[in-house]
Design a binder for this molecule. Structure first.
Ligand code: KMH
Ligand code: ZN
Length: 274
């Protein structure tokens, strides 16, 4: 089996300092967390940024500062969010795509879904516009899938020439209101994508590590981090995403999967080396 790419989702848009004091907020804190996650085995960092008061933000200036500080510390693959926070406009969500030099990867959310008590809006026009902008900057997309029809939405983008095969999917399972984090759901999604495409799984909350274990045995890749889950085990906060990465790396090795280096991850994901 391929070495497993570990993505660390360091910040997110929903987690608060009240929930965990270990959430990085400033660009300096985010860069330090990125370095710690990289040292623990993460090849990719999935990034959101926050205003100084902790509010979620998609401002290019904040992403620019965080990306520069990350690059000064380590050679990890940077993946920016174009999902942002619920209720943001497409224009606002595309803020990080304007940064120069651009990040290596960006997310592309492939459809609308219930998200907790709200709705995460990704109508066709918005998906196409974000895909166009990602492509225009030569950034490698990661297709975010929360519901089964979203794989088909992505395949429509392929037919429209907005997405190139093979591509990389992230199955986000366990968001309340969307597809549950069940092994059979993951197996179904993994079997639904075209051959040569690759996938990772992000299990939300207590589903994070059960989904990691399932992905490890299916040959997929894994995402962990405070964006998705703040606990190491029931009642024990992770001291940062790096602890969750360490645990994922240990599980991988125990199952005979090597942890992908950044160079290996770039090759698998089709990212030109920088
Ligand atoms: N914050 C969620 C509403 C992404 O990064 O692309 C969307 C999200 C997905 O986090
Ligand atoms: Zn995100």
């Amino acid at each position: 089996m391929q070495p497993v790419i570990i993505t660390a989702a360091l910040v997110g848009a929903e987690v608060t300092r009240e929930q965990t004091p270990f959430l990085p907020i400033s660009p300096d804190e985010i860069a330090l967390e990125a370095e710690r996650a990289w040292q623990a085995g993460a090849a990719v960092v999935h990034l959101h940024v926050r205003e100084a008061d902790g509010r979620p933000s998609q401002r290019a200036e904040l992403f620019d500062e965080a990306l520069r500080k990350i690059r000064a510390r380590c050679d990890v693959i940077t993946q920016v969010s174009t999902g942002g926070a619920l209720g943001m406009s497409v224009e606002e969500r595309c803020g990080p795509l304007a940064v120069t030099p651009p990040p290596e990867m960006a997310t592309l959310n492939a459809g609308s879904c219930n998200f907790g008590d709200e709705v995460f809006m990704n109508p066709r026009g918005a998906i196409e516009e974000i895909a166009r902008r990602i492509r225009a900057r030569g950034i490698v997309p990661e297709v975010e899938v929360y519901e089964v029809g979203m794989v088909d939405n992505a395949l429509e983008l392929v037919r429209a020439g907005l997405l190139k095969l093979p591509c990389h999917f992230d199955f986000v399972l366990g968001v309340r209101g969307s597809m549950a984090a069940r092994a059979e759901n993951l197996r179904f999604l993994a079997g639904s994508i075209p051959p040569d495409c690759h996938w990772t799984v992000a299990g939300v909350g207590r589903h994070e590590f059960p989904m990691v274990e399932e992905a490890l045995s299916l040959g997929g890749h894994v995402r962990v981090g405070l964006e998705d889950n703040i606990y190491m085990e029931k009642g024990v906060l992770a001291k940062g995403s790096f602890e969750l990465v360490e645990k994922a790396a240990e599980l991988a090795r125990a199952r005979g999967r090597d942890v992908a280096t950044v160079t290996e991850a770039r090759k698998i994901l089709g990212i030109k080396s920088i």
